[in-house]
Design a protein around this ligand. Structure first.
Ligand code: B12
Ligand code: SF4
Length: 465
């Protein structure tokens, strides 16, 4: 009989995001594909799409896996531990493994804090999970697996880091295991723009060479690229099998290597893929130029997500984002003029901010010709450089990880210059100012799929009741 593995997104009633906007996760789909290739039987349970403990329990009882692998953000790690305890209550012998951003950043602490997890996987999990399964959980063999934390005689031990996964050796993600019909592939990421929709993610590179102090950099600092021919084969496969009409290129800083991006775009054009799909990517403004933007547009790029974060040059330097803020509006205008929609996220309430600097960021955001702005509240994700500094200085107010959702009113850092209620008001003001500004309103009105707005609102309201 084949050995069985269940991969799990924890049961979590997402307060900030309706399930209608939650995409299937490429990380788990990739791990699942590797497990299938190695002859394991795999299923996926998505507890954000189906936030029911009863359904989760039933899944464990029906499927009877030998290993349950959880993925978790910081905000969902407690939810993952509750699910892991459910597994242990059913059968102690089932191995429980935690991976993803939170466990990667603080693996040792995660096992020390949550006794229901047997193992934590650090960074990329494709090779590591196979190695764990091959040990048959014998402690002497577990001790040899790189990139994990594990328990021995009541102690948590962290092994040396794992070597990078060869991206071209990976099978294409096992999207089928997500039962894609239960997701709305037309609704999530930035797809409210009038465009071809039906979207999935595709890995292009992994790793980011920059070192912004608030960021988790889950996939490490070295940028690893897939062969262009491999990417093109996967795009064709996604079009043929999943009928995708839009792709989200999964890379921390997609345009870091200009020549590589040009090569991808040229190959897409040569294969006629630009006529079949549009795509979105994330990058930094200092990794863009006119020549590159034009070829990206010709190859079907529709939206570029920028992390502009804050309006103030000193703050940008303080978080080590370090680009010249003078170029921001010029670059945003250039992206617009070429026919690509620039969108951006902004962080409000950085540790050294006061009301004035936050208001400036909001003003700055609403003046830029962005198609969409996302305002998040600074959250000191554990393991990041900034969080370590704040912790060292006793400025972190809560270690209740479920509050780390970037939208929360539970202000997670102590800042003498800023009251919690001021920050919450400014957060709301950011959205009001950006979206109830007649120019932005008109722009969004022109780009949004208007007919879908009532549907979105209905879904959102019914979910949050
Ligand atoms: C794309 C993306 C999104 C997308 C899609 C997410 C999705 N569901 O696929 C969207 C826009 C929806 C999103 C939303 C959010 N995101 Co996001 N997102 C990312 C981003 C840029 C890339 C993620 C990705 O696709 N990686 C590629 C895959 C291959 O990697 P992976 O998922 O990490 O999986 C690998 C390993 O982690 C590991 N692994 C993961 N799970 C498991 C499980 C097991 C068992 C094993 C063995 C291994 C393993 O193996 C995988 C394969 O190698 C990351 C930044 C980054 N580079 O990580 C932020 C990031 C993950 N997001 C983050 C955050 C905070 C959020 C939000 C909470 C923000 C918000 N304002 O609400 C929301 C939450 C969404 C929700 N469901 O509630 C943070 C998480 C930080 C943390 N410590 O929690 C990150 C790290 C960015 C940051 N700030 O540093 N996000
Ligand atoms: S914020 Fe962006 S540029 Fe900075 S380290 Fe993270 S992924 Fe890289």
């Amino acid at each position: 009989m084949k050995r069985k593995v269940l991969l799990v997104i924890p049961v979590y009633k997402n307060q900030n995001m309706s399930p209608a906007f939650i995409p299937p996760q490429i990380g788990l789909a990739s791990i699942a594909a590797v497990l299938l290739k190695n002859n394991y039987t795999v299923e996926i349970f998505d507890g954000e799409i189906n936030p029911s403990y009863d359904a989760f329990k039933k899944k464990i009882l029906d499927f009877q896996p030998e290993l349950v692998g959880f993925t978790a953000y910081t905000k969902t790690v407690m939810a993952a531990s509750i699910c892991a305890q459910i597994v242990k209550d059913i059968d102690k012998k089932i191995q429980t493994v935690i991976g993803g951003p939170h466990a990667t950043m603080i693996p040792q602490q995660t096992l020390e804090e949550f006794s229901a997890f047997d193992l934590a996987v650090i960074r990329e999990g494709e090779n590591t999970i196979i190695q764990i399964l091959e040990t048959n959980y014998e402690i002497a063999k577990i001790a040899q697996v790189a990139g994990i934390s594990y328990r021995q005689n009541g102690q948590v031990i962290t092994n040396p880091p794992v070597s990078y996964v060869d991206l071209d050796s990976l099978p294409f993600p096992a999207w089928d295991l997500f039962k894609l019909k239960t997701y709305n592939l037309n609704n999530y990421t930035w797809n409210y723009f009038k465009s071809r929709t039906h979207e999935l993610f595709i890995t292009v590179t992994r790793g980011c060479p920059f070192a912004c102090t608030f960021c988790c950099r889950v996939l490490e600092t070295k940028v690893r690229k897939r062969a262009v021919s491999n990417i093109i084969s996967e795009i064709k496969w996604l079009i043929e099998i999943y009928k995708v009409r839009s792709l989200s290129f999964s890379s921390d800083t997609f345009t870091y290597d200009e020549n590589y991006v040009i090569e991808i775009c040229q190959a897409m054009i040569a294969e006629g893929l630009h006529k079949k799909i549009s795509w979105t990517c994330s990058t930094r403004i200092d990794c863009l130029n006119e020549k590159l933007l034009r070829i990206m547009k010709s190859a079907g790029c529709q939206v570029i997500m920028l992390g502009l974060e804050t309006s103030n040059q000193e703050n940008l330097n303080a978080i080590n984002k370090r680009y010249d803020n003078q170029m921001t509006s010029q670059m945003v205008n250039l992206i617009r003029s070429i026919g690509i929609i620039p969108i951006s996220s902004f962080i409000l309430g950085l540790p050294f901010e006061d009301k004035k600097s936050i208001s400036n960021t909001i003003k700055f955001a609403s003046k830029l010709k962005l198609g969409f702005a996302l305002f998040t509240i600074f959250t000191p994700f554990p393991g990041t450089k900034l969080a370590q500094e704040l912790q060292h200085n006793g400025r972190i107010k809560t270690f209740n990880w479920s509050k780390y959702d970037t939208q929360s009113s539970d202000y997670t850092i102590i800042n003498d210059k800023l009251e919690q209620r001021d920050l919450m008001w400014l957060h709301l003001k950011g959205y009001l100012k950006f979206y109830f500004n007649y120019r932005n309103f008109l722009k969004i009105f022109r780009t949004v799929k208007i007919k879908s707005v009532p549907l979105y609102l209905l879904k959102f309201i019914s979910y949050n009741r």
